[in-house]
Design a protein around this ligand. Structure first.
Ligand SMILES: *[C@@H]1O[C@H](CO)[C@@H](O)[C@H](O)[C@H]1NC(C)=O
Ligand SMILES: *[C@@H]1O[C@H](CO)[C@@H](O)[C@H](O)[C@H]1NC(C)=O
Ligand SMILES: *[C@@H]1O[C@H](CO)[C@@H](O)[C@H](O)[C@H]1NC(C)=O
Ligand SMILES: *[C@@H]1O[C@H](CO)[C@@H](O)[C@H](O)[C@H]1NC(C)=O
Length: 304
């Protein structure tokens, strides 16, 4: 009896502020979302800055980077990043999404779990390369993404394979003749790009370093990082955020600055994993049971 009451109460809590879409509506919203991610559609979305593909108060996470909350950041990082990378002739670990196959899909009311194999195109390498992305989405009743949780599957492996291909290009671009140390190449290729962009876009109140030389010195002291930890206090994280500088310098300049502006900051693995980032979790309605309850809404021991 008590268990039933608890179950009903928690179901009401979960269901209360997201009214149900039909499976067809949710599936269509999902397909539209993924289609918009492809080039060249993504350019139009990126240009809108405040894309209504997302709810205004969207919360999101991308595992190889960090959290992106709100429409603007979500539009910039999920769409703008891939557009700007596509327009840049320089070698990059990020490709341009050209097509996809959905290989796993489950839809219940407003919730979607999907796994998608994308064909990413790497300009500098003239290479088509598959990248698999797993994602959980929650749509609101306007069919906007209310929450997203995106994981790049095997990204560490993918970039391990890409590195030996792009490193010689980076060395050539940066006129590095001693190409024995990959970390040296990456640092010497990346730091001038960060600092050059800083000089170009981060002026006045947005300035982070006193000048180019100061930037090179301070960035050079940071650890290089890895392509799968681009939300931490390292050089590669800053190189990711460089792509955002032209969009909104006042927001993004701090991300390449000495403090990392809340994006490129030191993080604790345990705290990141255990954090409750999503207000509603991703428990599909038919799975709402006290033992599945999540974070602030209780964890099975809850007496709420
Ligand atoms: C996005 O929308 C919000 C809320 O309407 C607004 O405050 C903000 O200025 C918009 N951002 C841009 C870059 O247009
Ligand atoms: C998608 O499926 C088609 C048909 O099987 C295949 O040719 C293509 O390589 C697949 N692309 C990706 C990225 O999985
Ligand atoms: C590399 O060398 C060429 C030729 O000397 C020069 O034009 C170019 O600016 C250099 N590139 C960098 C990144 O220093
Ligand atoms: C990470 O956070 C956990 C929990 O707060 C703490 O026990 C641990 O010592 C921290 N690890 C590091 C490396 O700071």
């Amino acid at each position: 009896m008590r268990a039933t009451t608890l179950l009903l109460a928690t179901a009401a809590l979960f269901g209360a502020n997201v009214s149900a879409l039909t499976r067809r509506e949710t599936t269509n919203a999902f397909t539209n979302f993924v289609d918009q991610f492809l080039s060249p559609n993504n350019a139009k979305v990126a240009a809108s800055v405040n894309s209504t593909l997302f709810a205004e108060d969207v919360t999101g996470t991308v595992d190889v980077s960090t959290n992106f909350d709100g429409r603007e950041l979500s539009t910039e990082y999920l769409f703008g990043l891939f557009v700007n990378v596509g327009q840049d002739e320089r070698p990059s670990p990020i490709g341009v999404p050209l097509s996809y196959n959905v290989t796993s899909l489950a839809v219940q009311n407003n919730y979607v779990f999907a796994s998608i194999k994308f064909d990413f195109y790497y300009h500098s390498l003239n290479l088509h390369y598959p990248v698999q992305i797993d994602l959980w989405l929650l749509f609101n009743e306007q069919k906007e993404v209310q929450q997203y949780d995106v994981a790049f599957r095997r990204w560490a492996w993918a970039t391990d394979n890409l590195a030996p291909l792009i490193l010689p290009q980076m060395a050539k671009y940066a006129n590095i003749t001693d190409t024995t140390d990959p970390a040296q190449i990456l640092t010497r290729y990346t730091a001038p790009i960060i600092c050059g962009a800083h000089q170009l876009y981060c002026k006045g109140d947005n300035q982070q370093y006193t000048d180019y030389a100061d930037c090179m010195a301070q960035v050079g002291k940071k650890p290089l990082g890895t392509f799968y930890r681009m939300g931490e206090d390292n050089i590669l994280c800053r190189s990711l955020h460089v792509h955002m500088l032209p969009l909104r310098p006042s927001v993004h300049c701090p991300h390449i600055g000495p403090t990392g502006g809340g994006m490129c900051v030191s993080r604790n693995y345990t705290e990141v994993v255990l954090a409750d980032h999503f207000p509603k979790g991703f428990i599909a309605p038919k799975c709402v049971k006290p033992k599945n309850l999540y974070g602030p809404r209780g964890n099975g021991n809850s007496t709420a």
